[in-house]
Design a protein around this ligand. Sequence first.
Ligand code: 6PG
Length: 479
Amino acid sequence: MSTSAQIGVTGLAVMGRNLARNFARNGYTVAVHNRTATRTRELVAEFGHEGDFVAAETAKEFVAALERPRRLVIMVKAGDPTDAVIQEFAPLLEPGDMIIDGGNAHFADTRRRERELREQGIHFVGTGISGGEEGALHGPSIMPGGSKESYEPLGPMLEKISAKAQDGAPCVTHVGPDGAGHFVKMVHNGIEYADMQLIGEAYQLLRDVAGYSPARIADIFRTWNTGRLDSYLIEITAEVLSHVDAATGKPFVDVVVDQAEQKGTGRWTVQIALDLGVPVSGIAEAVFARSLSGHAALREASRGLAGPKPAALDEAEAAVFADRVEQALYASKIVSYTQGFHEIAAGSAEYGWDIDLGAVSAIWRGGCIIRAAFLDRIRAAYDARPDLPSLLSDETFAREIAAAQDDWREVLVAATRQGVAAPGFAAALAYYDALRAERLPAALTQGQRDFFGAHTYRRVDRDGSFHTLWGGDRSEASA
Ligand code: 6PG
């Protein structure tokens, strides 16, 4: 068996297969392996002309085919299947070898695996890979964690197969140690959920309040895609909305069951944000909106509840409204990314990863699902001020969100008056208004907590903690 393969991929479902092809197309000799060997044989038979593949029928053959230090990419389902594959291969590896996990693993699992394998001298590189099947084949955005030493031999290979931003830069960087890569991929997916929810709300408002057809809304999204909202998600939204269902001749979007599913990475983003104390309200509303859509019986039982039915505007008003929706969408998008980057910064501080937010936004400029011109602006903001407290502190974004104020609020007035749910737009504006408020009702919350739980409070005019004797003479005591 040849020992010439510079990289190996085990797990040849579509993502794994396409990643192996991508490596081969870029000149690497790729060892390929799959639990059911037929898939391995099929890959080589169908795509063997694309480059050098070494088909391995067993784990032993697969490891034997890899040059030292061995680089072994696992592309299997997150969770137990990943642990099973690690347990199968780790005993066959030697110190200095590395296992790269390209699945959507939970970063806590990656931290555990990295720690366990490090004791055997094996590098474990939890790696976010974004861009779906097309991305895996033609160039994804790649978010490797793991040790710096592992990135030395691996980085150039990933840079070769990754997507390239418009300036030619590879959309890959060493995100940080242990689980940093999978953490950043998780937040990428959370932002993806928020982006998709905001686009969905913009669509529903244009449908119900402007009274536009899916085809007309598709044209509006195409126009928006030539401006500051230029992005993969806006681009594909226009394609989805302009698609006509062949079986019925109806707009495709009208024949799809309106219950959104989710594999879980957006949910993780919110769960971890709760633990870190980071308000990712836009991402949370996107996750909850998907969950709500799935409660069919509850929605059926609620259908007759009192509330306005949207009444479409006239042509002139609808055109004005559509422009307002673009402003609201853009402003809400800035808030969602602000929240997502806040979570990355908080995770980096919590786990000591020292993540470079500018570098993360740079590798999201191409290949990934949230790829957008917008990310170039975020990179510029962080490159100008690496210690930027929030994207909203960047003067360009602050100026743009200031210009969007009136329209953003008008859109929410219309949504409220017309009874069109816009939780993403509303959460973004509420976050923005809370951030800039002089005083928050949290003062009252502290008073209530002290009243019923003697949980104490701090005062604005002197240091220390205090408690009021609510059940007695209401005098105040230092706690
Ligand atoms: C990507 C995508 C991908 C995601 C699937 C399903 O970055 O390529 O985000 O990782 O898992 O698209 O996502 P949901 O089922 O969670 O919507």
